[in-house]
Each structure stands twice: as structure tokens, then as C-alpha cells.
Ligand binder design. Structure first.
Ligand code: CUK
Length: 640
């Protein structure tokens, strides 16, 4: 999120702040009245689904609000033994990239698919910040359905933000690098000449959600941090925060923060779309992986794409404008009306709010700085500015909205959430967080119609909040009731990995859509076994294919012989159950590929290369009935 040095500096301040100004009384407990607001009685459902970034765990977790109950961890970019994700032959291709199998990533942001500027409950998009990727999670199955690598990119932080109808999911590079189709063996000190930024506009198929890199914008070598699409009147625009506009090749504070102001970059994406349609883009040959999971065959396929269309923004005078924004802006957030754009300069002591109307006027009147930036016009700060929130706090990061004319901004250094009015820019309330909040989230809080009611602060530092757990403490979420004038803390709970952004929607948008089983008759996996009578062991050269079935509570076959040293064994396990919530697991002693977890009606394959002669137990790993312990068997491995 921020440079190392800044963190170090900031941490010192934070420790001081936390130690000295820890509010008495408030930090220790919430009142009984507050506790009832977060209480969801046993057997009752939560009001909201909350999808939370897992940061360096590479996963997405799902919580219920207001209870804070963890409902599920959805594996996305990282292998997950609990779900068998990345272990079965069917799921491994999902983690393929142009670098090969990359079973980890750093997942920062969460964006739900949208219709008319509000979440529609179909898909959740997430970004991989390390090996630049976008993923789409299907909310019928809570499974990752697609992963798309991004060419010409290194670090994918400014992502995956959506236009109002998910026409595009946008992904901007964090690290500028030489483009993929040139010789990248250049001196790092030649940054200014050779390093470029790229922003991918990824289109989404309305019916099945499939993603496609529609085009990329090639930019000067700045770093893109965050972004948001316009709304309503600003529908055609996208806004990005940038840092390192010095285009320095070493990001020590002294280099990256020389300038008093970096930029918000305003992009007219409708124009870009027109230019691409009229053939103005350049076709570039470049390889990147595109992985899709097919529900009918229960199998993922990884294919290499090899072409992308690129527009160099310096060649189009009316596509992109820079707007100065104080000191290393982080969050770049657009209010529900689409008129106000909040830039959070993380090293600044004020919060600038830009006006979309004024930006349009400034463009029409050419209210530009005398000097362009890397060939791009720079709008005068005052010409784009609506106003500044004065002395809001220290270290502003992110802003969300309640739909009632108020904005809520997180302050990392002063460790607080601050509520302010958009129209008059006055601070209305501030509440401390424990400690050092990064992102914050209001259900629907970056959309056209926020649901309001709650705010969750995602804190980086837990310190004394929970029972200590050795040198590492889990990070923390804090739930506030924001229905009144003042925010009220009602609950806190630990999170998984590092939570960055999160999004929440009313449960009924998603709850009724859940797929409960896979229909066994519709199972088109090439290795499916639809009944016990069809189970078999087939040898093909040194490959042994074992077609198994699992049903409460036995495997068929459960005694497997004829395997020899040097063989590759493929266990194709079909779960014959047709009841909700009856998965079976499958484990083999010593198997390097972990386990399978097979849903009712599904077929999955575990590949195993025996390393020694002997008898190997197999068993069901997921408790399935009173006779679960009996659900086991043996494989015999003989010498060649
Ligand atoms: S970043 Cu983590 S606190 Cu990667 Cu969205 Cu701001």
C-alpha cells in the first residue's frame, strides 16, 4: 500500500499515537446496547454478505454482517488444501500463468459486478497484485470461475474497479516496466525512457461473465495506485490516483515524494473505446494466460492469448488529463452522484475534493498548466478543485459514502475514521480505530446507491485487541453502526490474511441463487463414473486410471492392486451423492498433491506418483456419516 520507509515512519507515529492517545474506556468494551446491534441469534441469517480481501493469503473470505461470522474462505490465487483448490488435475490449470504454475498472489481489492451503478450479485472480481491477474468468482457456487493474466503489467494494484454496468473491469499497473514485446534487458536507470505503465480495460460478457482484454492504454512510467469509475454524469470517465510521477527508478521516499503534488489521471474511456472501434489501436503480440473453469465438465482449461490492442495516450490529445493532487494520492473515490472525486494524499494534511463539472469546464476552457506532463495536459489544481477538507486527520487513505451526502475517510496515521459532509466539507464526527485503519467499507459504499447502515474499518495493527498469539497478531475488522449522527462501534473481530478492500451487499441478492448440488446426469467430465457398476482400473502404458465412486459411506473400488513403481496413478473420484452439503474427501498416504474435496455430482482427479513399494491407505477426509471412519480402502504398490 505505501512505501517501506513511509510505513516505518508512520509506524513510529502510530505507536506513539496508539500508546499516548488510546481513548479511555471506549477502547475496551462496547455497551450492551451496542452488542445487541451485532447479535444475530442462533439459526438466524445475517443481513449482509461481506466479501473481504485476504491480502497476501491470496484468498477471498466471506463474512456475515452484522455478526462478523466467517462463512467461507474462497480460494482464488493460492492453493487451498481445505477445498482441494490447485491440487486436483481439474483445478490446477486455474493457477497457470505465462510464468508457469504460480500458486499464490496478493489479493487487494474486491469489486462486485454492477448493473446501473449498483451491485447485481452475479460475480465478484478480485485482483492479483503480484503476478498481475484478475479473477472472477461466481456467486452461484462461491467458486473462482476465471483467471485472466494481464500483459505489459507488473503489479496490478489499481484494480479491479468497474464501470456502472460492468462494461469494463479496469486494471492499472503498480510497477511500470518495459512492455512485454521489447527487449527488457535494459539498465534500470533508463526508467524514464524505457519503462511504461499500462491500464487494461477488460470487458465482461453480460450472460456468462467471461472477461477479455478489450484494450490497454499505454502511459508514461508512473505508478497507478487506485481508481474508480465515474457515475451518472461522469459515467464515461475513469479516475486514477498516481504516485512516483517523478518516474524514479528507486522509490525511497526522497525520490518518490520530491514533487509537492502527484496526479489524479482522468480518462475518457468512452473516447478510448471509440478510437479502438475505429481501428486506431496498435495490435501487439504478447503472451498471457487465460484460465476458465467449466461447470459442465468440472474442469479448468488454461489457454495462452497472444494479442492485445494498445492505445498510447500521448498520441490522443482528448483522451487523458492529469489533475494535480497533493502528495502521493492513495484512494481515488467518486461519490454516488458522480460529481465529487476525493483524492487522498497519504502524506498530505488536507483532503482535496474535485468537481466533475469543473473538470469538464477546465477542459473546455483549456485551463491547463503552462507545462504538459510527459505530453499530457495538466488541468490547473484550482480549476478542478471543488474544495478541501481542512485538518481532517493524518494519513488519509480511502473514502466511502453513505448515500445521504456524507463521506467517511480512513486515516492510517491518526488511526481513525472521519465522517464529513460533502457539500460544505465540514468534519461531523471522528472515531478511533484499533489500530491504523487501511480500507473502510460501507455496504454499497462506492456505488450509486449505498445501503449504508454499517461501516467496517479494516485495521492493519491489532496490538492489544485480542489474546496475544506470539509475534504475529491477526489483523482486525471493526464494525460501526452509522445509522445515527455519530458512528458507534459495535463489534470487532479478527480477519484472514491482510484485509484490504471489501464489499458487502444485502443477503437476499445472493442467498436464493445458490447451487446446492451438481446434477450427476449433467456431469460431462471425461472421467465421470455414474454408478458403482462402471468403476474400473485401466492401465495405459505407465499410467493407471482408477475410476472411483464415493457415496455414504464407501469408495468403489476400495481395494486397488496392479500399481507398480514408476507408474503415474490418476484417481478419478465421482461423488454420487445428490443431497445438499454432502461432499466427500479423498486422501492417499504420502500424496504430494494433497487431497480432493468433491461436491455432490462432481468428478475430480488426484494424480499420485508412488515413491515406494507397499500398502497405502486411502480415506474420505470430510466427515460424511456415522460410518465415515469406515470410508477407506487400500492401494497396493508392487515393484516394476
Ligand atoms: S491498498 Cu491496502 S490499505 Cu492495496 Cu487498497 Cu489502501
Amino acid at each position: 500500500m505505501v512505501t517501506k520507509k513511509l510505513i516505518a515512519g508512520v509506524l513510529t507515529v502510530v505507536v506513539l499515537v496508539a500508546a499516548s492517545c488510546k481513548p479511555k474506556g471506549l477502547g475496551n468494551a462496547v455497551s450492551a446496547d451496542a452488542a445487541t446491534k451485532a447479535y444475530v441469534a442462533p439459526g438466524k441469517y445475517d443481513e449482509f454478505y461481506n466479501f473481504v480481501s485476504g491480502g497476501f493469503s491470496g484468498q477471498l473470505s466471506v463474512y456475515g454482517l452484522p455478526s462478523g461470522r466467517l462463512l467461507r474462505v474462497i480460494p482464488v490465487f493460492s492453493v487451498d488444501p481445505e477445498k482441494g483448490w490447485g491440487y486436483s488435475e481439474e483445478t490446477k490449470p486455474m493457477l497457470n500463468t505465462s510464468h508457469g504454475f504460480v500458486p499464490w498472489d496478493d489479493l487487494h481489492h474486491v469489486e462486485m459486478s454492477m448493473t446501473d451503478g449498483t451491485a447485481d450479485g452475479k460475480w465478484v472480481f478480485v485482483n492479483g497484485n503480484n503476478t498481475p491477474r484478475l479473477a472472477r468468482v461466481d456467486l452461484k457456487t462461491f467458486r473462482t470461475a476465471e483467471i485472466l493474466e494481464l500483459p505489459n503489467s507488473a503489479g496490478n494494484h489499481s484494480s479491479p474497479f468497474s464501470t456502472e454496468n460492468s462494461e469494463y473491469i479496469v486494471a492499472g499497473t503498480r510497477f511500470s516496466v518495459p512492455p512485454d514485446d521489447v527487449n527488457g534487458d535494459v539498465p534500470i536507470s533508463s526508467y524514464k525512457e524505457n519503462f511504461k505503465g499500462h491500464i487494461s480495460f477488460v470487458s465482461v460478457d453480460k450472460t456468462n461473465g467471461e472477461m477479455k482484454v478489450a484494450f490497454q492504454l499505454k502511459t508514461p512510467g508512473v505508478n497507478f495506485d487506485l481508481s474508480h469509475a465515474g457515475k451518472g454524469k461522469s459515467h464515461d470517465w475513469f479516475f486514477f490516483s498516481t504516485y512516483n510521477t517523478e518516474q524514479a527508478n528507486t522509490l525511497l521516499e526522497v525520490n518518490a515524494s520530491q514533487r509537492d503534488k502527484d496526479f489524479i489521471m482522468a480518462v475518457n474511456w468512452k473516447k478510448a473505446e471509440e478510437y479502438v472501434k475505429s481501428g486506431k489501436g496498435k495490435k501487439q503480440q504478447v503472451k498471457f494466460a487465460h484460465n476458465k473453469y467449466d461447470e459442465a465438465t468440472h474442469t479448468a482449461k488454461s489457454e495462452m492469448e497472444n494479442e492485445v490492442t494498445v492505445l498510447d495516450i500521448t498520441e490522443f490529445p482528448d483522451l487523458v488529463y492529469f489533475i494535480p493532487c497533493p502528495k502521493s494520492p492513495h484512494g481515488c473515490d467518486v461519490d454516488p452522484t458522480g460529481e465529487y472525486i476525493v483524492g487522498s494524499g497519504k502524506l498530505a494534511a488536507l483532503l482535496p475534493v474535485f468537481s466533475f463539472d469543473k473538470i469538464q469546464k477546465a477542459i473546455a476552457n483549456k485551463a491547463f498548466e503552462p507545462e504538459k506532463y510527459s505530453g499530457i495536459p495538466v488541468i490547473k489544481y484550482e480549476a478542478a478543485l471543488y474544495g478541501e477538507v481542512q485538518k481532517p486527520g493524518l494519513g488519509p487513505l480511502h473514502t466511502e459514502f453513505d448515500g445521504k451526502g456524507n463521506a467517511y475517510t480512513s486515516f492510517f496515521v491518526s488511526s481513525e475514521v472521519v465522517k464529513w459532509n460533502i457539500k460544505d466539507l465540514k468534519v461531523l464526527d471522528r472515531q478511533p480505530t484499533y489500530y491504523s485503519v487501511g480500507h473502510l467499507m460501507i455496504p454499497g459504499g462506492d456505488s450509486k446507491k449505498p445501503f449504508g447502515k454499517y461501516l467496517v474499518a479494516y485495521n492493519k495493527i491489532t496490538k492489544d485487541r485480542y489474546l496475544p498469539t506470539g509475534p504475529e497478531l491477526s489483523q482486525s475488522a471493526q464494525l460501526f453502526d452509522i445509522s445515527g449522527d455519530k458512528m458507534q462501534l459495535i463489534l470487532d473481530y479478527p480477519t484472514i490474511g491482510e484485509p484490504h478492500y471489501a464489499q458487502a451487499v444485502p443477503a437476499d441478492l445472493i442467498r436464493e441463487k445458490q447451487l446446492k448440488i451438481f446434477d450427476i446426469n449433467a456431469n460431462k467430465n471425461p472421467y465421470v463414473t455414474k454408478g458403482e457398476a462402471d468403476t474400473k482400473v485401466v492401465r495405459q502404458g505407465n499410467q493407471v486410471h482408477v475410476y472411483l465412486t464415493a457415496v455414504r459411506s464407501h469408495f468403489a473400488p476400495d481395494n486397488i492392486e496392479g500399481v507398480q513403481m514408476g507408474d503415474e496413478v490418476f484417481f478419478h473420484v465421482t461423488n454420487l451423492e445428490q443431497d445438499w452439503d454432502v461432499p466427500h474427501g479423498f486422501g492417499v498416504k504420502g500424496a504430494a498433491n494433497g487431497e480432493l474435496l468433491i461436491m455432490p455430482g462432481e468428478t475430480l482427479t488426484l494424480k499420485w506418483i508412488p515413491d515406494r513399494v507397499g500398502i497405502f491407505p486411502i480415506y474420505c477426509t470430510d466427515f460424511c456419516s456415522a460410518l465415515h471412519q469406515e470410508m477407506s480402502g487400500y492401494v497396493r504398490v508392487s515393484p516394476k
